[in-house]
Ligand binder design. Structure first.
Ligand code: AMP
Ligand code: ZN
Length: 679
């Protein structure tokens, strides 16, 4: 086999495995074996840039950064849908249709997926562009981001037409949404409120590798174009499935409005078993010839109709508003409800988010409120039945003191939430921080769980995470349900955590907005806690992808200067954090990146900003970027006045080249770059 054939074979194999896994949900290969093949292909592609393919499965991991998404005019407008709410609405619609077209009218019934709509264009079986709906006439070109969604085929199979568009909905399935929120909460960030907004927000992320990490899916529902090889909507769905698209196998042909309603009623109940959100049914005239005769109104096709599910809503009494204190001190008001059945579960509590939300809806204790299952996960209160408000009701007065430690709450400009500033003395904050420190993605301390942390704090054995390293077996034995063996395991687990690499220690410290990824970036850039602690806001912002919000938070965490004669709360905290860091250092915790990693790092490139473009012969793009960073340079995704060098590989885009030339930026070859870093 020639190299070219080998590359082609690997691409086809990987494509097939992607398809089996993400479209059919039926993998036929171990993840491990898949990775091996992917690496093999990556290596071959790097060594043979002449066989570059913009749709290779190796490009699924993303990496390209888009600063501004181009606007693209839709060749075929993306319409809205009319809504119907009753059998009568549907019958009226059917009657209107029957006056306009001849012959039997049948309906294709589909679910209405709740996400972000997307139009994909394929030419000769290859994905050429992906555009958001925008205002229906024009949308944003999000092709690089969409290519990272594994259920979107980059190359089609079977008897596809030479050029067509296909429309679908980008959704974020529940389990992935929940997982993302867990990660955000671990970084002390507000969880996303619902999968739909998160899905549409994801499409506009600048860094496509970030999109690649999000478990998005694309569910397709219609073909658009000239001379399509299909006569009905149902055939279109079948063909799309054959060509490799993910089309939920849910659509059904209905011969009457009664049959449509059967479909609606069935899915009104069973939609809760689906892994993603739906908010209704879309009914379409099945025959495409009839669709064409019916045409469009100013806003929507006359041949289609949405039938919205009734949002699952119940009313119940709000007994009490209580307030929870999180690890970061953030206060969340909680509605304690008279228990009520909703979408198959009993709801007793609902989040009220923040003071503004309570004020906006004018929610008060004793009110009868409407509860809805938002995102089918977290119940939320959507309104108050004012008619039933008790006569003696008074407006909710938001708490001014922390419910756990009675400290006066603070609320800074631009923050929706109130905070308890008593970081050192507020029990849920103390416990929460230590629980975060020991968690799996942080120090991953074996033999110690969240409840034990609470127990240790309550028994005054620890009050911060540095205290963990002083714990002795004898101190633990008097605790409830603490046997000799578990005490020994705990102490051993703590000792073992001294080997955990710096980047995870940095994450474990629990600096607000410093999640796993940010911690990695900071560790890599600053290399040791000492350099990081000395960094100014400006120096932090200069690091790729570190914004003002993170920079301020890092500085505040370590700031210990006394501001004038006032010993402010913030400076007290900074002082304490620095002491804790010193104790971790004395305990032997890793506070700098390892020797091995350090050995590869230089300052040769002196902070110059590089843009990498094209395909390279000796190193891969990822390796090239790593070389830049390891040698003290910075990688940027797009060319601007700040760029110092463009490393140009083969196939560098002509527009990039022109831009670099106009701005007078040095364009260097791969070899020239390698010489710069002494390779
Ligand atoms: P609306 O935004 O309420 O006017 O509804 C129109 C939108 O519904 C379209 O832009 C699509 O994004 C979305 N949609 C979801 N599922 C379907 C489906 N099966 N068929 C057509 N449109 C759908
Ligand atoms: Zn408090």
């Amino acid at each position: 086999m020639t190299t070219e054939e080998k590359i082609k074979t690997l691409r086809n194999e990987l494509r097939e495995h992607n398809y089996n896994y993400y479209v059919l949900d039926n993998p036929t290969i171990e993840d491990y074996d898949f990775d091996i093949k992917l690496k093999e292909l990556q290596a071959l592609e790097t060594a043979h840039p002449e066989f570059y393919d913009a749709n290779s499965p190796t490009l699924r991991v993303g990496g390209e950064v888009t600063k501004n998404f181009d606007t693209i005019k839709h060749e075929y407008r993306m319409y809205s849908l009319d809504n119907s709410y009753s059998k009568e609405d549907l019958e009226d619609w059917e009657n209107r249709i029957k006056k306009q077209v001849d012959g039997v009218v049948e309906f294709a019934c589909e679910l209405k997926y709740d996400g972000a709509s997307m139009s994909l264009t394929y030419e000769e079986g290859t994905l050429v562009k992906a555009v958001t709906r925008g205002d229906g006439f024009q949308g944003d070109n999000v092709t690089t981001n969409i290519k990272t969604i594994k259920s979107v085929p980059l190359k089609l199979k079977g008897d596809f037409p030479p050029k067509f568009e296909i429309r679908g909905e980008i959704v974020l399935p529940f389990d992935g949404f929940i997982k993302m929120n867990e990660e955000r909460e671990a970084a002390g960030e507000e969880p996303y409120r619902n999968p739909r907004n998160t899905a549409s927000g994801s499409l506009k992320l600048q860094d496509s590798s970030e999109v690649a990490r999000r478990p998005l899916e694309c569910l397709m529902y219609s073909l658009v174009g000239e001379k399509l090889p299909v006569k009905t909507q149902m055939e279109g769905l079948k063909k799309a499935t054959e060509w490799g698209f993910k089309v939920p196998p849910i659509a059904k042909l209905a011969r009457s409005v009664d049959e449509v309603l059967k479909f609606v009623n069935y899915w009104d109940i069973h939609r809760h078993e689906l892994p993603y959100e739906t908010d209704g049914v879309v009914v379409k005239v099945n025959n495409l010839q009839q669709q064409e005769e019916l045409g469009y109104t100013a806003k929507s096709p006359r041949w289609a109709m949405a039938y919205k599910f009734k949002a699952e809503q119940v009313s119940t009494v709000l007994n009490e508003i209580t307030y929870q204190v999180g690890r970061t001190g953030a206060i969340t008001p909680v509605a304690n409800l008279e228990p009520v059945e909703l979408a198959g579960t009993t709801v007793k509590r609902a989040s009220l988010y923040n003071a503004d939300q309570i004020e906006k809806l004018d929610i008060r204790e004793g009110d009868t409120v409407y509860v809805e299952k938002g995102g089918e996960i977290i119940p939320k209160i959507i309104g108050v039945e004012f008619e039933e408000r008790p006569a003696n009701s008074t407006p909710t007065k938001y708490i001014e003191q922390c419910p756990e430690c009675a400290t006066a709450l603070v609320r800074t400009e631009g923050d929706a939430k109130h905070y308890c500033p008593n970081e050192e003395g507020c029990p849920p904050q103390i416990i929460g921080r230590i629980q975060h420190f020991i968690s799996r993605k942080a120090m991953d301390i074996e033999g110690l769980g969240g409840e034990t942390v609470a127990l240790l704090v309550e028994n005054n054995l620890i009050s911060n995470y540095a205290d963990l390293y002083d714990l002795k077996v004898e101190q633990l034995l008097p605790l409830e349900r603490m046997a000799q063996k578990s005490a020994e395991n705990l102490v051993a687990g703590v000792a073992a955590s001294k080997e955990v690499p710096f980047e995870r220690v940095l994450f474990a410290l629990g600096i607000r907005f410093v999640g796993e990824t940010v911690a990695k970036k900071l560790a890599k850039h600053f290399k040791s806690i000492d350099v990081l602690m000395a960094a100014t806001e400006e120096q932090l912002i200069a690091v790729d992808e570190i914004g003002e919000r993170i920079a301020q938070s890092v500085v505040a965490f370590f700031t210990s200067e006394k501001s004038s004669d006032l010993f402010t709360e913030a400076s007290k905290t900074g002082e304490i954090n620095r002491k804790i860091v010193e104790r971790l250092r004395n305990a032997g915790v890793q506070l700098q990146i390892s020797e091995a990693e350090l050995a590869n790092q230089t300052d040769t490139l002196g902070g110059n900003i590089f843009v990498v473009s094209g395909v390279f012969a000796k190193v891969s793009r990822t390796e090239l970027k790593k070389l830049i960073e390891d040698n003290g340079g910075k990688v940027s995704g797009s060319i601007s006045g700040k760029t110092n060098y463009v490393v140009a590989g083969e196939n560098m885009g002509p527009s990039k080249l022109a831009k670099a030339e106009t701005l007078g930026i040095s364009i260097i070859s791969e070899d020239e770059f390698l010489t710069m870093v002494g390779l």
